[in-house]
Write a protein that binds this ligand. Structure first.
Ligand code: DGL
Length: 270
């Protein structure tokens, strides 16, 4: 039975896991989150690389996945070359859906809503230079939106006004034109799309990269005919405050909370 590891810093990667699970009901999945390091958005590049490699040392040793998905834009834009050079299984990354956004806009105004880390990476700029030169792209590094989404997933109340303040810069009006496509460049955001729709100043197309990631996984991993139900585990590097609530939340994604992973210690690339 194929085994897929799905990595994020918190619960955001569940938006990607959901699509992978639907596309690959035959696969074992281990969801791994560096919750001790959340959020990665404000961390510097070297720190993100060190932490992600340290987590994957443990994942490679304990799970030996056939494929890993980096369900985190902030890590993907920095760490993929290091991961690919270090481990012998393939990696699929997550990046903002800039190409589809450029193809689907009618007004020519698109926004990328992401963490402060993702919007300043060369990787993101390179995607714009390659695929979105004919449209106006507004990059919005939302300082607190990933944490707000994480809090909402934990059942904490987050006010509409606080969410509105995070997304407001993504809504641009120029003369008679206004933003009509927003690429969700952080995997936490699709988990709260219903809230974003409610507080948005006008309707837009919200683009979630998860379906494309699931298709890529299917391309890389041959389908199997399992003779047993798949194992679906979640492992975190940090403590879980309310374990019963977390177990209930994970059960919605068909995951069982398993023992913690060792929290990353400083790890330099090989
Ligand atoms: N979910 C992550 C992403 O896609 C980032 C959240 C964070 O750790 O800042 O970028």
């Amino acid at each position: 039975m194929p085994h897929i590891a799905v990595f994020d810093t918190g619960l955001g990667g569940l938006s990607v896991l959901k699509e992978i699970r639907a596309a690959r009901p035959d696969a074992d999945i281990t969801y791994v989150a560096d919750t001790a390091g959340f959020p990665y958005g404000p961390r510097d590049a070297a720190d993100v690389v060190r932490r992600t490699l340290a987590v994957f040392d443990a994942v490679a040793a304990e799970h030996r996945p056939d494929l890993a998905v980096i369900a985190c834009n902030t890590a993907t834009t920095l760490v993929l070359p290091y991961l690919r050079a270090t481990y012998d299984f393939p990696f699929v990354g997550t990046v903002p859906a800039i190409k589809p956004a450029a193809e689907r806009t009618r007004s020519g105004l698109v926004s990328v809503l992401a963490t402060p880390g993702t919007v300043k990476r060369d990787y993101t700029q390179a995607l714009i230079n390659s695929f979105a030169t004919d449209v106006a792209v507004t990059l919005v590094g939302a300082p607190r939106l990933a944490e707000q989404a994480e809090a909402i997933m934990h059942g904490v109340c987050v006010a509409d006004a606080d969410l509105r303040a995070e997304i407001a810069p993504a809504f641009v009006e120029t003369g008679a034109s206004r933003t009509d496509v927003v690429a969700l460049g952080c995997t936490h955001y699709p988990l709260i799309t219903d809230r974003l729709v409610d507080v948005a100043p006008w309707p837009v197309l919200w683009l979630d990269p998860a379906p494309a990631i699931a298709r890529r996984v299917c391309d890389l991993l041959p389908a199997s005919n399992p003779d047993a139900p798949p194992h679906r585990l979640a492992r975190f590097t940090g403590p879980v405050d309310d374990e019963p609530a977390m177990r209930r939340l994970l059960a919605r994604f068909d995951l069982r909370l398993a023992e913690p992973l060792p929290a990353p210690v400083n790890r330099a690339p090989d």
